[in-house]
Design a protein around this ligand. Sequence first.
Ligand code: 13P
Length: 255
Amino acid sequence: MRIPFIAGNWKMNTTAAEAERLVLEMLEQLDRIEGVEKVICPPFVSLVGLSMMLQSSSIGLGAQNMYFETKGAYTGEVSPLMLRELCDFVILGHSERRWYFAETDEVVNKKVKTALTNRLKPILCIGERLEENETGKTEEVVSRQVTAGLNGIEPVSGLVIAYEPVWAIGTGKAASGKQAAATIQFIRDVVAKLWNKNIAQNIRILYGGSVTSANIAEFISHPEIDGALVGGASLNAEEFTSIVERTAEIKGRAK
Ligand code: 13P
């Protein structure tokens, strides 16, 4: 049985003071929700403060990026050794990193490897662009991204994959639950072939892209979808809490 997983990707939003206020707003209610793994991914500069605030809570922390070397002359980069002291998860290969910062599949693969070697759990993001979707290339693209992203990596069930169609991110145009579930099943099959069936069955695969409290049910009511990577809606305490609450209710009923 895979434990449902909801992560909030705050992207480049909130100063350290704002981040603490936002966590204070949601902490008590979010902490009480059982049966869902809850993770917040704030900007790097807030990880220290929030790791202290969340220390004795059930809410986990993740970073939004990381470099693939552990130390050295890489001005401005952040190493897995630095993150490991502060959080358990790291988002890797987000489409905004791929498109705005030219991260290739090879770079993402190196990051996934280094994260795992250093006991950080990657949330590997994959997803097709609009024109790829419209020309029927979705499966080809996600298959390439998963295969390249996991190239040379030993099977590990702690990995989380987030399927985030680029056209659904920040646009208010979410995929349909059915569409997302079909692609996620396809991704699980790719992992099964690449690694093995057992590990593929244990890996959590999330949907991401314009998820809100109003549409979360559409996604997590599909057994193939293990949760969501939430962007914009995770910056609102009430919204994020209610997304997690709905997930606990619906996945709890399905048990
Ligand atoms: P939105 O929920 O704002 O569409 O962002 C999704 C996302 O990119 C999460 O990583």
